[in-house]
Design a protein around this ligand. Structure first.
Ligand SMILES: CC(C)(COP(=O)(O)OP(=O)(O)OC[C@H]1O[C@@H](n2cnc3c(N)ncnc32)[C@H](O)[C@@H]1OP(=O)(O)O)[C@@H](O)C(=O)NCCC(=O)NCCS
Length: 159
């Protein structure tokens, strides 16, 4: 397995991978993936297996409003390849790029019911940012992504 930046020729593979992420991941459009592959590839690594299939992908961006921040939008490992360290390796790649740029924080959100995600972020050193209420022991910030769109927020401080 290798970790490599998303390239335009892989966007169909990544879209098909993301289609397997229901209910927590929704595939975006080919135009979106083209954008990620063309403008943001250094923070959008994919995991490619020896048989050339794409087993995992992370879509992340450096903030233009606060360049010390990297926001991780989507994390997905193929259902047949989970618990093999693919997310660990993909996020390590983003972290390495972030440190090269001198960024101070990786952060992401997930839905509080997503136990595998919560366990993963915690295992990978992310802190569940204190919110205003808890769901199943997960701290949640109300309306974080707009009205009715509460999210658990996680961050990894760098440097
Ligand atoms: C959450 C998800 C991305 C984790 O990917 P993964 O490649 O399986 O994660 P890794 O193998 O790198 O796991 C890293 C650590 O997280 C923890 N972990 C990951 N999945 C776990 C699970 N289902 N249960 C318990 N712990 C888990 C473990 O501690 C693991 O380390 P270990 O295997 O050495 O013990 C994957 O389950 C997935 O794609 N889910 C569907 C999409 C999704 O929900 N994405 C996140 C949306 S915000």
């Amino acid at each position: 397995m290798i970790i490599t930046p998303l390239r335009p020729e892989r966007i169909g593979d990544v879209l098909r991978l993301m289609e397997l992420g229901d209910p927590y991941i929704s595939a975006r459009t080919l135009s979106d993936y083209w954008l990620y592959a063309t403008l943001f590839s250094s923070t959008c690594p994919i995991a490619v297996e020896d048989d050339d299939t794409v087993a995992g992908a992370v879509i992340a961006f450096r903030s233009q409003d606060d360049p010390a921040d990297i926001y991780v939008q989507d994390v997905m490992t193929h259902p047949q390849h989970r618990r093999r360290g693919i997310t660990r390796a993909l996020l390590e790649s983003v972290r390495s790029q972030a440190e090269t740029w001198g960024c101070q924080r990786l952060y992401l959100t997930s839905e509080p019911e997503n136990e595998a995600a919560h366990t993963s972020w915690t295992a990978l050193g992310f802190e569940n940012v204190p919110g205003d209420h808890e769901v199943n022991g997960v701290s949640v910030i109300s309306d974080f992504k707009g009205p009715g769109r509460s999210r658990a927020v996680y961050q990894l401080t760098l440097g």
